[in-house]
Design a protein around this ligand. Structure first.
Ligand code: IMP
Ligand code: MG
Length: 193
């Protein structure tokens, strides 16, 4: 493994077990309904693939895509929504699924766009949520909070199981810390504590 991949924070076995429990919990929460999962590309792909197979119940899948990171630096969220999404979610029970909740800007942007299309109900699920220091939480914008969270992690840049650094490492089967040394430390020293 390249030396920019640090410690494994969540193993493949831990992910599998948590995702199985989430699948069962969501199947119960949506019992008797056929929700529409709106997945945020591309980071949620491995999580979504495992989750839907752990969820015994009818559902539809839709996709939007959001980009907000340049390497490890957060930028304004750029959202792209298929033109026919409104027809598929108006009046439906919608669950927005993302890989990670950091500042909340991505989830907030997607939820505003989905809410404008008139779902019957809108809830959110993220695999990971970063525990931000109180200073950042206080100044964070009032963002939509996730209704379900797979794992809480400390506030550092992570890769694997969908999460990338410049498009790489999404295919790692675990979640790992990224680069305590090297180029990242010049780009974003706060990641290299
Ligand atoms: P937020 O908008 O600040 O909540 O960040 C959420 C989005 O940023 C996620 O959908 C990820 O694509 C990306 N992101 C945030 N933190 C990380 C990270 O530690 N590793 C990889 N991608 C991240
Ligand atoms: Mg993402």
């Amino acid at each position: 493994m390249p030396d920019e991949i640090g410690d494994i924070l969540i193993s493949a076995a831990e992910i599998a077990s948590r995702v199985r429990r989430l699948g069962a919990e969501l199947a119960e929460a949506y019992a008797g309904r056929t929700p529409v999962l709106v997945a945020i590309m591309k980071g949620c792909v491995p999580f979504l693939a495992d989750l839907v197979r752990a969820w015994p119940g009818p559902m539809h899948l839709e996709f939007v895509s959001a980009e907000s990171y340049d390497g490890t630096l957060a930028r304004e969220v750029r959202l792209s929504v298929p033109a026919d999404l409104a027809d598929r979610i108006a009046g439906r029970h919608v669950l927005v699924v993302d890989d990670i909740y950091d500042t909340g800007a991505t989830l907030d942007t997607v939820c505003r766009a989905v809410q404008a299309l008139g779902p019957a109900d809108l809830r959110t699920l993220v695999l990971l949520r970063k525990r931000l220091p109180p200073s950042q939480t206080a100044s964070a914008p009032p963002c939509r909070r996730p209704d379900w969270v797979g794992f809480e992690i400390e506030d550092r840049f992570v890769v694997g199981y969908g999460l990338d650094y410049r498009g790489l490492y999404r295919n790692l089967p675990y979640v790992a810390a990224f680069a305590r040394t090297g180029s990242l430390c010049q780009e974003r020293p706060d990641c290299c504590r």
